[in-house]
Ligand binder design. Structure first.
Ligand SMILES: C[S@@+](CC[C@H](N)C(=O)[O-])C[C@H]1O[C@@H](n2cnc3c(N)ncnc32)[C@H](O)[C@@H]1O
Length: 222
């Protein structure tokens, strides 16, 4: 884990607090901006009505939380982030941040809305399960969690089959999820009926292949 953390510290030093730092470092800004907008659209569409507070786990510098803060200044937004400089930037612009691993985060209150965007890809299966169960317990009745992770698209599958050089969009070894894999993971924690929406981020400017898969989980109202 500390190895991944060091890679993120280095990446932040190299690329700063930018979309390229938290999305695709080798792609142009217009590409990353299109991916960013697609993530944001799905998150905005999933935000429950009456949201009072939001938690962004693996929040980076606040790429996604900051637009929420600007659009809904009345809601409080907290983050969880182990890269020091990202965590500081988040606190400067968005709200309080737990400086540490998502695996060590123990919620002190409940949340209406939680985003987990391209974080589970860095965790092993046990830690994915641990983080999801902790967050699900801290979710208010009627609250929602949105998860967005890299999609196991055809190009990734081919590269894996051919044992080509690892396909690592953000650096280091990362996980990819098919729809079934992501559902299998969330169904270890939540009932199937909690899955309220799925979405795919398409490869900008072509519509193919799918880059990310998003899933929205809703806790039944009490
Ligand atoms: C691909 S970036 C995405 C950042 C943000 N969610 C976004 O979409 O803009 C992954 C982020 O997760 C953070 N991260 C990775 N593993 C983590 C862990 N175990 N605990 C906390 N943060 C972690 C990294 O430092 C990085 O900021």
């Amino acid at each position: 884990m500390s190895n991944i953390r060091n890679q993120w510290e280095e990446r932040q030093q190299h690329l700063g607090n930018t979309e390229r730092a938290v999305l695709f470092k080798n792609f142009p800004d217009a590409f990353n901006n299109s991916v960013h907008q697609s993530h944001l659209d799905f998150l905005m569409a999933c935000m429950p009505e009456g949201t009072r507070n939001m938690l962004d786990v693996g929040c980076g510098y606040g790429r996604l939380a900051l637009p929420f803060k600007n659009k809904f200044p009345e809601i409080t937004i907290e983050g969880v982030e182990f890269c020091e400089e990202f965590a500081r930037e988040f606190e400067k612009n968005v709200g309080p941040c737990f400086h540490g691993s998502a695996v060590d985060f123990i919620p002190q209150k409940s949340y209406s809305f939680v985003s987990i965007v391209t974080l589970l890809m860095y965790l092993d299966a046990d830690h994915q399960y641990q983080v999801l169960s902790t967050i699900w317990k801290a979710l208010e009745p009627g609250g929602r969690i949105v998860i967005i992770e890299p999609y196991m698209n055809i190009l990734v599958s081919i590269r894996r089959l051919l044992k080509l050089k690892k396909f690592t969009p953000t650096g280091g070894k990362v996980g990819y999820f098919s729809n079934q894999e992501l559902r299998r993971l969330v169904k270890r924690v939540v009932p199937e009926t909690a899955i309220s929406a799925t979405s795919y981020t398409k490869f900008p400017f072509t519509g193919f292949p799918r880059l990310h898969i998003g899933i929205c989980l809703e806790k039944p109202a009490a």
